[in-house]
Design a protein around this ligand. Structure first.
Ligand code: ATP
Ligand code: MG
Length: 437
């Protein structure tokens, strides 16, 4: 006879003993829960939204776990789209809000629906199970709390509530096995620890340094997504410190990590910290942040060092050196984090534009001011200046130029000695006549 796995008994927290109220839950999430329940399926809010509401924070998004299979969810909602191969999910779209609906998963098995690599990494996780099973395969205990709209209770299978109260982040199950199944959980541990100010439980902390190298096997597209969550979540400075502390930063940005080991007078650490604290500040002020600016900052030091080396040792022009360095550093980065083209093109532009700040006379600076990415390039230069590059005077000049009315700008950029027309241009060879061919 098959052995029956012992089913954990949940602690059930009644409505009177928790602070989650329907009034604070997204209308769209409630609609999805009600419709799934009406169709006879179990459905619960789970994950970050419950954790955050219990902590009195506003949830970033709403995740739902259900007994309905992905195609059954799809049949219930016209605005539904099935996504993901490794992990099949239903996305239900309501304008700008997407509610993510996942079918209960069973503990992982090496079957075609639950493919596993030789090193224990889960390649496909589509073995469906019960609510109890689902609770056991969530990453952290604090992410494994379920809220049902039918009885308004919270179901806790893993002592997650106790960990929320203690401010502890703890993996469900054996940490080493769970990190091997999905090494991205190490990055998630860092992210939640800095976002929530939780301490990582010693047992969940211990294997990280030893297993960090497993991140090398994670597809670069997934690491791109995770990197954005790590650095655009509002606590980039602390996340960066923790990633370095646990030796994980190297697997995301090996080139910068090498530069950081050769720190001189605090540079480039000061530049990166400055850039990240700026990012956090902008996020707290609800200002937009572009991934191209973030990656331009995180890869600047390797670009700067290589461009300097190329122009000094190989004698090529500054512009060409910057172009070549930008291209090389980006190509070395892409196998780790695949920055999409729509962001890596503007990223390289920010680097190249740094050279244009040297030109202060004639039409060039005035034309530069109207460039659509001038502002990004200027902010980037200010950061470089603040972090200690010798740019103070240049920064002041460009700040002043922007503050001036048009007439004054003309005066500021008027060259002291009028150069003869075309003096700096090379003479073009005369066009050959057609008959010469
Ligand atoms: P936030 O949305 O605030 O970043 P979250 O906890 O909701 O945090 P999501 O990435 O939205 O994170 O995932 C939703 C839930 O899915 C998690 O809370 C967790 O229960 C589960 N989960 C996500 N990723 C994993 C993973 N790699 N391994 C196991 N469970 C996971
Ligand atoms: Mg979430």
């Amino acid at each position: 006879m098959d052995s029956v796995a012992k089913i954990a008994q949940p602690t059930i927290i009644p409505r009177s003993e928790h602070n989650i109220s329907r009034a604070y839950i997204s209308e769209n999430a409630l609609t999805v829960l009600y419709r799934l329940n009406e169709a006879g399926y179990q459905a619960y809010l789970v994950g970050g939204c419950i954790r955050d509401m219990l902590l009195g924070r506003e949830p970033k998004d709403y995740d739902i776990a259900t007994s309905a299979r992905p195609n059954e969810v799809n049949a219930l909602f016209r605005n539904c789209r099935l996504v993901g191969r490794r992990f099949r999910l239903a996305h239900i779209n309501f304008g700008r809000e997407t509610i993510e609906v996942a079918t209960f998963r069973a503990p992982h098995q090496a079957t075609p629906a639950g493919e596993e690599a030789a090193n224990g990494r889960i390649l496909r996780d589509n073995v469906f199970g019960t609510l109890e099973d689902d609770a056991m395969r969530r990453d952290f205990t604090v992410n494994s709390l379920y809220y049902g709209i039918d009885d308004l209770t919270i179901r806790d299978y893993t002592n997650g509530l106790k960990d929320i109260k203690k401010g502890t982040l703890q993996l469900v199950g054996d940490p080493e096995t769970r990190y091997k199944e999905d090494p991205v959980r190490m990055l998630r541990a860092i992210r939640f620890s800095s976002k929530l100010g939780f301490r990582i439980h010693p047992d969940s902390k211990k294997p990280i340094k030893k297993l960090g190298h497993l991140l090398k096997d994670i597809p670069a597209a997934r690491l791109y997504e995770e990197t954005l969550k790590l650095f655009l979540g509002g606590c980039a400075v602390q996340t960066f410190d923790l990633l370095r502390h646990y030796g994980l930063f190297h697997y995301l940005f090996p080139q910068l990590d090498t530069c950081l080991e050769q720190e001189e007078h605090g540079y480039p650490l000061t530049f990166v910290s400055q850039a990240l604290s700026n990012t956090d500040k902008r996020i707290s002020e609800n200002k937009p942040i572009s991934p191209s600016f973030l990656f331009a900052c995180l890869l600047w030091e390797p670009v700067r060092v290589l461009a300097k080396k190329l122009s000094q040792e190989e004698g090529i022009s500054e512009t060409q050196a910057m172009q070549m360095a930008g291209e090389t550093v980006m190509q070395n980065q892409l196998p780790h984090i695949s920055i999409p083209r729509r962001f890596n093109i503007p990223m390289r532009e920010i680097w190249i534009m740094q050279l244009r700040f040297q030109h202060r006379y004639g039409q060039r600076p005035l034309r530069f001011l109207t460039h659509p990415r001038f502002r990004a390039a200027y902010d980037f230069m200010l950061l470089r200046g603040m972090a200690g590059e010798e740019l103070q005077e240049t920064c002041e000049w460009w700040t002043k130029l922007q503050e001036q009315p048009e007439v004054q700008r003309e005066l500021m950029t008027k060259s002291k000695q009028k150069k003869p027309y075309h003096s700096s241009r090379r003479k073009r060879p005369a066009k050959r006549k057609k008959t010469d061919r």
